[in-house]
Design a protein around this ligand. Structure first.
Ligand code: PLP
Length: 393
């Protein structure tokens, strides 16, 4: 099947497994080999085979991954990077010039906020924070003529706020800006922002796309071919590309994204059900709950509600820390989106740097990245951790 047919006709899982690569014509290799080569023999000066010249510009293992990413997000072109932040920096410098402005989430991923606030600002790019769940606030933060990017995460981290992608795309486009959606938390299986009007999708493929906590990477997918040309130029000029082994691992992870996400969602639902009504828990934050303020929008734009769950305990920070430390199947650690369950205390860990600012998170908050282990074991682990923390032992 041609690439075009994959994009138009096949289901998500078929594209995840087949798009971007045809079995190698020489050997029939079903899986893209790890092309550990920096350069390529030319058939006469400038006689490139398949366009391959030098592996910063292109490498066949990376090409396969980039094709798969584009097909899964239903975009025209995909680009792989050495990390999510490398993808962000490359995009920002492809689109923005000194004097320009961007609107960013007021609860942006910490690394994204630091990139805008400590790195890009020095080079003349201004930014304003706005709540992604409030379309009017985003509209008000736009500076007509100056704003080039409206940057959105949905769901956000760690409070799982939801932005209405269709409405935000209209607001961005009215002002002549591009809508960028960081789709890391949802993954392309649960949400395809380009089909809802976004111009660029960004991923930290370190998380659900790779899915096995064994590789750091990033991705961009775009619809517009002129923008694709700008990103191609900057990807090669800035050089923050993944090596072939990283590209291989990420692509291998991507093939099982659909089955993994369904299990992440199943297990998250079980965990939410257990936590809701537990005497030591006073709030469960999950977009799948009807009382979640973003539930209606999430139900409209997401296939399911994902594997991230946050909750607040009645015993304050001391109890939250104790639960994190007592959990055993849930590993205490940062990051998310891998097959293994993780637990963390945002106030002291991922969000420690925003303490004392408007972005400060509650001290009694715990964030879970619910993995794909046996659901009963996950629930039993939380039950033990909460009971022990309550007894104070
Ligand atoms: C992790 C993460 C990033 C940054 O990606 P890296 O691969 O760590 O550079 C960006 N956005 C979100 C939502 C993330 O979770």
């Amino acid at each position: 099947m041609s690439e075009q047919q994959h994009r138009q006709k096949s289901g998500f899982e078929t594209r995840a497994i087949h798009a971007g690569y045809e079995p190698d014509p020489t050997t029939g290799a079903v899986i893209p080999p790890i092309y550990a080569t920096s350069t390529y023999k030319q058939d006469g000066v400038g006689g490139l085979r398949g366009g391959y010249e030098y592996s910063r510009s292109a490498n066949p293992t990376r090409t396969a991954l980039e094709g798969a990413l584009a097909a899964l997000e239903e975009g025209e072109r995909g680009f792989a990077f050495a990390s999510g932040l490398a993808a962000e920096d490359t995009l920002i410098r492809s689109v923005c010039r000194p004097g320009d402005h961007a609107v960013i989430p007021d609860d942006a991923y910490g690394g994204t906020f630091r990139l805008f606030d400590k790195v890009e600002k020095v080079w003349g790019l201004e930014h304003s924070p706005a709540a992604v769940s409030d379309v009017d606030a985003v509209r008000a933060a736009i500076r007509p003529g100056q704003t080039k990017l409206v940057w959105v995460e949905t769901p956000t981290n760690p409070l799982l706020n939801i932005g209405d992608i269709e409405a935000l795309a209209a607001v961005a486009h009215d002002a002549g800006a591009l809508l960028v959606v960081d789709n890391t938390f949802a993954s392309p299986y649960l949400q395809q922002p380009l089909t809802l009007g976004a111009d660029v999708v960004l991923h930290s493929t370190t998380k659900y796309c790779g899915g096995h906590s064994d590789v750091v990477g990033g991705a961009l997918v775009v619809r517009d071919l002129d923008l694709a040309e700008q990103v191609t130029f900057h990807q090669n000029s800035m050089g923050a590309v993944p090596g072939p082994f990283d590209a291989f691992l990420t692509h291998r992870g991507l093939k099982t994204l659909g089955v993994r996400m369904d299990r992440h969602c199943d297990n998250a639902e079980r965990v939410v059900e257990f936590l809701t009504g537990h005497p030591s828990v006073h709030q469960v934050i999950y977009p799948g709950l009807e009382e979640h303020p973003g539930h209606r929008v999430a139900a409209k734009q997401m296939k399911r509600f994902g594997g991230m769950v946050s909750f607040r305990v009645t015993g304050g920070e001391a109890q939250a820390l104790a639960v994190c430390e007592r959990a055993e199947v849930f590993t205490l650690g940062e990051s998310l989106g891998g097959v293994e369950s993780l637990i963390e205390h945002p106030g002291r860990m991922t969000h420690a740097s925003v303490a004392g600012t408007d972005l400060e998170v509650p001290a009694d908050l715990i964030r879970l990245s619910v993995g794909i282990e046996t659901a009963d074991d996950l629930v039993a682990d939380l039950d033990r951790a909460l009971a022990g923390a309550l007894a104070g032992d």
